[in-house]
Design a protein. Structure first.
Lengths: 377, 377
């Protein structure tokens, strides 16, 4: 049975207790997960008896290539996608249809209720997302490819970085290296933040040069269909003379000390990673290590202002979230990031992010770039 | 009054008849339009008395830079954005809050109703989108910049294209040229489709080389905050010997004849473009010209399988849609694409897309690249 068929079978099995006789899938990533369709406009009507992909003429040829065993309903450009969904549903013989409550908009549901008035709609949450938590072998291979592409790109990045490059130059270069290494594109806009700007976890690249700072934080990933997500924080390879210290060097913190604390937090989390572990315990392990290894006079955990990690797959951020206030338990076959980070205003930030496959006994580190910034390049 | 303040005042004015005493804005583009905030996670609570931007610590510094006259509510990472929205709403004193029904999900609304049980929520549609239809001078300037960046990139693209470049190489190169010309990034993944593959309006770039085909369709745009969107279809500058015709040359259609019909359709539409015109009449003018100028034996309008155009601005596709089945009337200050296209299976496609500013008396063509493919480069 091919992966797509088995995903659809599993989804229908998971919805057996929900009292629906069919499903309408509208979130593009979930449409792709269930059918292989990579276009931007589509919806799936699914039941034990039918699988109909609703799209338009732009994608007619593509659907034939990508989606085996799926019936295509190609709407004319004079009809909208919601019109076509209502039409297919009305003809389907279905009576109570589950919809994706986390993605379908309030007006989208109201429109369906009006246009397909004989049907009832049941809002369901997280059904496909839950299936996507556990990766099958084909998905794992694609994530590994996305990681390998990102790592090749990073080696180019480090090898070619020069003192006069701006953050924007470097972010653009990373985009190009990712494509050159075989990626379709970045999985998200690469973050390149120098000096004290690295204290902004989602910094937008500016015209500041790498030579003006003593450190560079880089957060990047490749999209090969599936996605990778990595972060490294480097000491600038362009040392400034001692009497001309950069702004971020004239503050109280020592790079190596902060870096070591974040590294310890990362490793402490990884020790706890395994199927059956609660995500809040993994987050807590990282925070405890961060406090323990903090330099004198500061608790770095006070400056770790985001969750510890998240699932990766067709989306850069997907289930499971690894954070304090969650009762989620890890499952065999999940792939997650671990990314403790510390952000000290005026000084900058350090984040170390890798991607891990969850197994019964622990976790397999899928990324291969060394943590020690001096060992890269 | 600054643009953001005046947008918020206009929005509240437009919602006076809706019986709400405040608004919750959750769509990121609309949050940006109303506050200037460019981060990925935020929501705005707005009334005649307050403007509160809810975000998280990742964006605390950025909000100070970007959003003047807005109160920030920074949620801790232990609380979710919906939790924080409910909290701010509960404290706001508001009673009946308008929500964005086209963007808020079914479960998002249910969650708000549960968490802020004392309030009622009214689903409103298209309120901010309607304001965004008419561009103010600052927006028009940014769109012009996005067009200028895209055009510089295209000149590099044409100048540097070589026979052995694949569609993927060229799409990646376009991304780089757009950034090199000053864009933050592409406004969408550039389409580079050669030969008969240009019959797929949303073709994904492949490893096919430009030297293997007699034509190349390029659909691209720059994102400088605001976005541009252009298409040109070029005869291959690498002519093949007459006895070694490429696959797309061995079919019945003549490139120049199809190109001229699409160009006539484009010009016929532009003649009708003006404030007060109905979009369906503009679409009809293009279709009529396409039929009239079709080569013998084919009605090219049968192969024009999408709408004629759409608004551009903060999003690549926004209101107004220019299509057959719409009662929309154009307004002064809109910026729209005109993009008739013809797709002939086995032969390929021709599309010519430019960006226009709507005025009282007509339209100003904002793009400056010539239509005649021979005149480019």
């Amino acid at each position: 049975m091919d992966y797509y068929v088995s995903r659809r079978v599993n989804l229908l099995r998971d919805c057996k207790g929900d009292g629906v006789d069919g499903l309408l899938i509208t979130h593009p990533t979930n449409v792709r997960y269930l059918t292989g369709f990579t276009g931007s406009s589509g919806a799936v009507v699914l039941s034990s008896k039918l699988t109909i992909l609703i799209s338009d003429a732009r994608y007619e040829e593509q659907i034939k290539e990508e989606c085996k065993g799926v019936d295509a309903h190609i709407r004319p450009h004079t009809k909208t996608l919601p019109d076509a969904m209502a039409e297919v549903l009305a003809k389907s013989g279905l009576k109570n249809v589950g919809v994706e409550a986390d993605h379908l908009s309030v007006s989208g549901l109201a429109g369906l209720q009006e246009k397909a008035a004989k049907l009832t709609f049941a809002p369901l949450s997280g059904k496909v997302e839950h299936l996507r938590v556990v990766k099958d072998p084909s998905e794992l291979e694609q994530i590994k490819t996305a990681i390998s592409v990102a790592e090749r790109a990073f080696r180019m990045f480090v090898a070619l970085m020069k003192e006069t490059d701006t953050e924007k130059d470097l972010a653009d270069a990373m985009e190009m290296y990712i494509r050159r290494a075989g990626g379709m594109r970045s999985s998200f806009a690469p973050i390149v933040a120098t000096g004290e700007r690295s204290a902004l976890p989602h910094a937008v690249p500016t015209s500041r040069t790498v030579g003006e700072s003593s450190k560079v934080l880089v957060d990047w990933g490749a999209d090969v269909g599936y996605k990778s997500d990595l972060t490294r924080t480097l000491k600038s390879p362009f040392p400034t003379p001692p009497l001309r210290k950069t702004k971020d060097e004239r503050t109280a913190y020592n790079f190596d000390a902060v870096y070591e604390a974040v590294r310890q937090a990362h490793e402490a989390a990884v020790k706890e990673l395994r199927a059956g572990a609660q995500v809040k315990d993994i987050d807590a392990a990282a925070r405890k290590a961060l406090t323990k290894h903090s330099p004198r006079g500061v608790d770095l955990n006070d400056h770790f202002t985001h969750g510890l990690g998240h699932g990766i797959g067709l989306e850069t951020h997907e289930a499971p979230q690894i954070r304090q206030n969650s009762e989620t338990v890890l499952e065999v076959g999940s792939v997650v990031t671990i990314e403790p980070g510390v952000y000290l205003p005026g000084w900058g930030g350090v984040r170390i992010e890798d991607d891990y496959q969850i197994t019964k006994d622990g976790a397999i580190r899928l990324t291969t770039l060394p943590h020690d910034p001096g060992a890269i390049g």
